[in-house]
Design a protein around this ligand. Structure first.
Ligand code: AMP
Length: 210
């Protein structure tokens, strides 16, 4: 089984959802930069204060802030890991390759019209960052997180005007990583809108075991 994995894909592709399933079912340590940054904002840390304005507008937090932190976080992991939302720029990918030999990059591909609908219908737990979907993956009790009982909300950056910017930022800064990782033969693309969440996981699992 591959052990150093990057999950790539546009916002709303299902990276976070799949990362949590892969981590629970296959024992990977999953590291999400989005979750890490949201936690820092909630806790009012220096990182959170620096990151908030970029996140609210749907822009990327600058490389010089994120690269150093991820270097430390990745160094703390022992065993198989999965990165969700990192790298998102060529500079981040170069920095990552200097500290870890990535085995596989899974690109979760979803068409734009599906992404916008998914993100606006997404509801997130502001406490534990678990993500639900009003139709495809609803919580057991309407509007309440299954895990911690907190009231779910629409993330500020899942509002339509911010989503459009996030998709543009993805195209400009992150999409070039598809070529970057294809060139060294590490990229596999999986459709993220083909069947249920479990169907997508089954396809990812095949690629991981291959
Ligand atoms: P996500 O939950 O992965 O969609 O991330 C939410 C927000 O966190 C993004 O819109 C960015 O503002 C920020 N962010 C997450 N990962 C990164 C990264 N690798 N580089 C820069 N900013 C990031």
């Amino acid at each position: 089984m591959k052990s150093k994995i990057v999950l790539l894909g546009p916002p709303g592709a299902g990276k976070g959802t799949q990362a949590k399933i892969i981590s629970n079912k296959l024992g990977f340590t999953s590291l999400s930069t989005g979750d890490m940054l949201r936690k820092a904002v909630r806790n009012g840390t220096e990182l959170g204060k620096q990151a908030k304005k970029y996140m609210d507008e749907g822009n990327l937090v600058p490389n010089d802030i994120i690269i150093g932190i991820m270097k430390e976080k990745i160094a703390e992991i022992s065993g198989a890991f999965l990165l969700d939302g990192y790298p998102r720029t060529i500079q981040q990918a170069d920095a990552l390759s200097a500290i870890a030999d990535i085995d596989l990059v899974i690109n979760i591909d979803v068409p734009d019209n599906v992404l916008v609908k998914r993100l606006t219908e997404r509801r997130s737990c502001p406490k534990c960052d678990i993500v639900y979907h009003l139709v495809n993956n609803p919580p057991k009790k309407d509007g309440i997180c299954d895990v911690c009982g907190t009231k779910l909300c629409l993330r500020d950056d899942d509002k339509e005007e911010v989503i459009m910017n996030r998709l543009n930022v993805y195209r400009e800064s992150t999409l070039p990583l598809i070529d970057y990782y294809s060139r060294n033969g590490k990229l596999v693309t999986v459709r993220g809108d083909d069947g249920t969440i479990n169907d997508v996981f089954a396809n990812i699992k095949k690629v991981l075991i291959d």
